[in-house]
Design a protein around this ligand. Structure first.
Ligand code: GLC
Length: 575
C-alpha cells in the first residue's frame, strides 16, 4: 500500500484542510451492514460512499475498527494493526481509505492510547507473568490494601462506575495483585512512563499514516499519565494536581506524536478527545507543536440557551486565538444523548451524571431546535463534527429492552445509567420496517431499531425538501462554497439578548432563541433557514444564514469565495 495516498493527487493536498473541515463520525457497527449479520461493516461503509460524498463532508472519523472483544464497543483494542472480523479485513480498510480519498474524503482513525483490551498480547503476557515481572510494568499492577490485600490500592472510581481496580489471580489460583482500569475491567490502563508504550504507539500511528490515514482521533487524550504515587483524588485538589487528568507530562507525549505526524509530505492531523472544563488548560494541547484540534465539549454540553451559547462561543474563540488553533463545533457523538431528544426536554444541557433518560420529551420542539443548532454550529469559524444519524434527526432510543443493552456503562452502574446504546442504534436507510435497509436481509440488528423509523430513513428524507437530511446537505454545500473562506473571528451584531446574531464579513447568521418572530436584518440574499421566514421574520427557535447587502460591508471575501470553490481555508481563525 502506498504510504502517500494523497500524494497521488496533488489537488487533495492542502496543508490546512482540517482548519475548516466538516468531519463525519462513523460508528462502524451501526452505519451499514453489507454481509447481513446485523452488524455494520467496512463493506457497508464502502457501499455508502456516494451518500457521504453527496452529504458534502471532508473527512470520516471511524470509531475503532480493530480486533476487539467489544467489552466497550471496540474501545478495548486487542490488536491495533488488525481489523475486527465483524467489520472486515485490513485490505478492506486500505481499500476504503483509498476509495474515500478518490471521492475527496479523508480518513481519520481512532487511536485508543490510555488503555488496551485485556485480550491484547501485552496484557495476556502480564497476567501470565509473576507479580514483579517486566511484563507487568507496562500496566499499573499494585498489591491491595488491608489484610490479605482485599481492598483496591486506592479509591479511584472508574468512569463507568465502581472501583477503577480489578484483582487478578496468580497462576496458583490465589488472589493476586490489582490492576488499574479507568474504564471497564476489560480495558487495563497502560503505564505511559514505560518506553515501550511510547514507542509502541508511535509505531501504531505510522502504521495507519502509512496506509493513508489523514489523521487520528485520540481517545481519552487527557488521561494517559498518572501520578506514580497513585494518591487518592481527595477533596479540594486543584485541577493542576489531579492524579490522572490533564497531567503536564502529557504534552511531551503529544509533541512526540506531532513529530510523527509532521514527518509526512502531507502532514497528518491529531484530534484530541479532551474533556476539560478549563478552556485555557484545554487549549494548551493545541499549541503549535502539539495537537491540531480538539473536540469542543463545552459547546456540546451547553443548554439551548442564548446566554450560555454565546458565552461558550466567546470563550472558545478567545481561548483558541493565542495558540492559533481552529475551534471545533460539535453537537453529538457516540457517547451522548441525541440532540433532537436533548433539545426537546425541559433541561437541554448534557451531563454524563444526569442523562434524564425517559423524562418528558417534545421531539417536535427538539427537532426544530436541533435544526437551528446545526445551522448555528456550521456557521461558526473552525471545523464542524457531526455524528452519523445527526443528519437524519434520529432521536435517542430509550426503549431498548434490558436484555439487549450492551454498553458497560449501564452494567457498571448497576443499571442506574441507561448507557449510550440509545444513540448507537443502526441507521435506517430505506423501507418501512426494521432493518430499514441497514442489513440486506431481514435479520436482527445488534441493537434493535424502533418500529417508527420509516419516515426517518435516508430514502424517505432524500425526497423531502423539508427533511433534516435536506437541511444538512444544503447547509454543508453552502458552507463549503462560502463559509470556509470567510474572515474570522466573528463579530456579534446588535440584537436582543435571546437572539444570537453575528457576521463574518458579508455573511451573517441569526439564531432566534426567543419566543417571538424576529425581523431579519437587511440582506441581499437569504441563503438558508432552519424554519421558513415569513414576511422577513425569522420564527422562534430557528436560524437563518444571510448574505448581507453590499452597503453593510466592505469585505471582498464573499465574492472571491463564491467564485472559486476550494477546500482551502485562508482567513480562518488564527490563520
Ligand atoms: C471515549 C470514547 C468512549 C469510550 C471511552 C473509553 O470517551 O468516546 O466511547 O467508552 O473513551 O475508551
Amino acid at each position: 500500500m502506498s504510504s502517500t495516498v494523497f500524494n497521488a493527487d496533488k489537488a487533495h493536498i492542502e496543508a490546512d484542510w482540517w482548519r475548516a473541515a466538516v468531519i463525519y463520525e462513523v460508528y462502524v457497527r451501526s452505519f451499514s451492514d453489507a454481509n447481513g449479520d446485523g452488524t455494520g461493516d467496512l463493506a457497508g461503509v464502502r457501499s455508502r460512499l456516494p451518500y457521504l460524498r453527496d452529504l458534502g463532508i471532508d473527512a470520516l472519523w471511524f470509531s475503532p475498527w480493530y480486533l476487539s472483544p467489544m467489552a466497550d464497543g471496540g474501545y478495548d483494542v486487542a490488536d491495533y494493526r488488525a481489523i475486527d472480523p465483524a467489520f472486515g479485513t485490513l485490505e478492506e480498510a486500505e481499500g476504503l481509505i483509498a476509495e474515500a480519498a478518490a471521492v475527496g474524503i479523508r480518513t481519520i482513525v481512532d487511536i485508543v492510547p490510555n488503555h488496551i483490551s485485556d485480550q491484547h498480547a501485552w496484557f495476556r503476557a502480564a497476567l501470565a507473568a509473576s507479580a514483579e515481572s517486566p511484563e507487568r510494568e507496562r500496566f499499573w499492577f499494585r498489591p491491595g490494601r488491608g489484610i490479605g490485600g482485599i481492598e483496591p490500592p486506592n479509591g479511584w472510581i472508574s468512569h463507568f462506575g465502581g472501583p477503577a481496580w480489578s484483582r487478578t489471580r496468580d497462576p496458583d489460583g490465589r488472589p493476586g495483585d490489582w490492576y488499574l482500569h479507568l474504564f471497564a475491567p476489560g480495558q487495563p490502563d497502560l503505564n505511559w512512563e514505560h518506553p515501550e508504550v511510547r514507542t509502541g504507539f508511535e509505531e501504531i500511528l505510522r502504521f495507519w499514516f502509512d496506509r493513508g490515514a489523514a489523521g487520528v482521533r485520540i481517545d481519552s487524550a487527557a488521561l494517559l499519565v498518572k501520578d506514580p504515587e497513585l494518591p487518592d483524588v481527595g477533596e479540594g485538589r486543584s485541577p493542576e494536581s489531579h492524579p490522572f487528568i490533564d497531567r503536564d507530562e502529557l504534552h511531551d507525549i503529544y509533541r512526540g506524536w506531532r513529530v510523527v505526524a509532521d514527518s509526512y509530505a502531507d502532514p497528518r492531523v491529531l484530534v484530541g478527545e479532551i474533556w476539560l472544563d478549563d478552556h485555557e488548560r484545554m487549549t494548551r494541547y493545541l499549541r503549535p507543536d502539539e495537537l491540531h484540534s480538539a473536540f469542543n465539549f463545552d459547546f456540546l454540553v451547553c443548554p439551548w440557551d442564548p446566554k450560555h451559547l454565546r458565552a461558550s462561543i466567546d470563550a472558545t474563540i478567545e481561548a483558541h486565538l493565542p495558540v492559533g488553533a481552529p475551534p471545533t463545533w460539535v453537537l453529538s457523538n457516540h457517547d451522548v444523548t441525541r440532540p433532537v431528544t436533548r433539545y426537546g426536554r425541559a433541561d437541554t444541557s448534557f451531563s454524563f451524571q444526569a442523562k434524564r433518560h425517559g423524562v418528558p420529551t417534545d421531539l417536535e420542539l427538539g427537532t426544530r431546535r436541533a435544526r437551528a443548532a446545526a445551522l448555528l454550529a456550521m456557521a461558526l469559524p473552525g471545523s464542524f463534527y457531526l455524528y452519523q444519524g445527526e443528519e437524519l434527526g434520529l432521536p435517542e432510543v430509550e426503549t431498548i429492552p434490558l436484555d439487549r443493552i450492551q454498553d458497560p456503562m449501564h452494567f457498571r452502574t448497576g443499571g442506574v445509567d441507561p448507557g449510550r446504546d440509545g444513540c448507537r442504534v443502526p441507521l435506517p436507510w430505506k423501507g418501512s420496517e426494521p432493518p430499514y435497509g441497514f442489513s440486506p436481509d431481514v435479520v436482527e440488528t445488534w441493537l434493535p431499531q424502533p418500529k417508527d423509523w420509516s419516515r426517518l430513513s435516508v430514502a424517505a428524507q432524500e425526497t423531502d425538501p423539508g427533511s433534516m437530511l435536506a437541511l444538512y446537505q444544503s447547509a454543508l454545500s453552502l458552507r463549503r462554497r462560502y463559509l470556509s473562506r470567510l474572515p474570522s473571528p466573528l463579530e456579534w451584531m446588535a440584537s436582543p439578548s435571546d437572539v444570537l446574531s453575528f457576521r463574518r464579513g458579508a455573511f451573517a447568521c441569526v439564531a432566534n432563541l426567543s419566543l417571538e418572530p424576529f425581523p431579519l436584518p437587511a440582506h441581499k440574499e437569504l441563503l438558508i433557514t432552519s424554519a421558513e421566514a415569513i414576511d422577513g421574520n425569522l420564527p422562534p427557535q430557528a436560524t437563518a444564514w444571510l448574505h448581507l447587502s453590499e452597503s453593510t460591508t466592505d469585505q471582498p471575501e464573499w465574492e472571491i469565495a463564491a467564485g472559486t470553490f476550494s477546500h482551502t481555508t485562508e482567513g480562518v481563525i488564527g490563520g
